[in-house]
Design a protein around this ligand. Sequence first.
Ligand SMILES: *Cc1c(COP(=O)(O)O)cnc(C)c1O
Length: 392
Amino acid sequence: MHFSEIKAQEQQNMMPTYGRFEVAIVQGKGVMAQDSEGKSYIDFTSGIGVNALGFCDDRWIAAVTKQASTLQHISNLYYNPAQTALAQALCQLSGFDKVFFSNSGAEANECAIKLARKYGTDTYGRHRTKIITLVNSFHGRTVTTLAATGQDTFHRYFDPFTEGFVYAQANDLKSVKALLDENTCAVFVEMIQGEGGVMPLEPRFVKELERLCKKHDVLLMVDEVQTGMGRTGTLFCYEQYGIAPDVITSSKALGGGLPIGACLCTERLGGVLNNGMHGSTFGGNPVACAGALSVLERVADKEFLKEVTAKGAYIQQKLAQMKGVAQVRGIGMMIGLLPRQGTAKEIACACLEQGLLVLTAKEMVRLLPPLTITFEEIDKGLEILARVIGQA
Ligand SMILES: *Cc1c(COP(=O)(O)O)cnc(C)c1O
């Protein structure tokens, strides 16, 4: 099918919720994608940080197809070895003790929010339900996770929103302290605000935040939906800040391209959500879990993570040398660059034209290449980017 037909089909039958680039991607392998007209692209997006192993990784395909031809779904009324295997590996490798599986990042965050409120009210009484998030954060698109998101543009059209969220300034402990009281059950933050423009939190703030939370038994919850699963050079990004959160959420890269989310917590919180208090029809689907286990086994490897760090440093260093780049931000292979000329969107469109897929986040051009990308492929992509930014 040609692009014009695909576009016509979409316009006829789909709600116009997405501002799409003017191409239809129809297949991919590794770091290369092809569109409906046969044109090739180097992928610096991983489908927004999802395809950590690139497109159609052979071992991932083998794991997924094996599970799909063994048992594609079973309800959560029964035990499920694909789920338990993933749960065990996730807990062992992350150091957390208990997990709940969902289908998306927003759903993983819903679980964290429910857990925090249940813990707060169980332990301290009905009043303890308030959650502090950060200005410029992003936590999802459900009505509750929109409320958790600290950006006014997301608080339009769909009110009434879920109550109980307040927004502190990132890197400003005073602003957190001013909001924290006996009604606060949790602080929920991203280590790097991804959608907010690739803004890493300052290490000192994060350490102070941890201390403050511990002192008041306020749960420290980290949204690792975009930063997790090796993206920043450690399995989860919080590890680099030297903190021990109570709860983390994971999704995006977790399934390597299949929908899955996870909410992980420490031992003492492991029984807070119990029989009948939370659930999901598809959550922990065996095929998604088999894919996730395959991703996890690869990205948790120390050597693999070292390479992510090296590749991230390489990309960031090359970007910093480009004349058209005013600023580079990020950790590992989660990278944002501020162009000197042209908007991020204009640059993304020009890159697309030249055969390179990149993302934007606010005023930043955002790069989330597959973690398996080679240095040669990085060079090829950066050559295109340099050319585009030079002329933008
Ligand atoms: C993408 C993202 C989400 C939402 O995930 P969905 O799978 O789209 O629901 C939540 N938090 C962060 C930090 C994200 O980057």
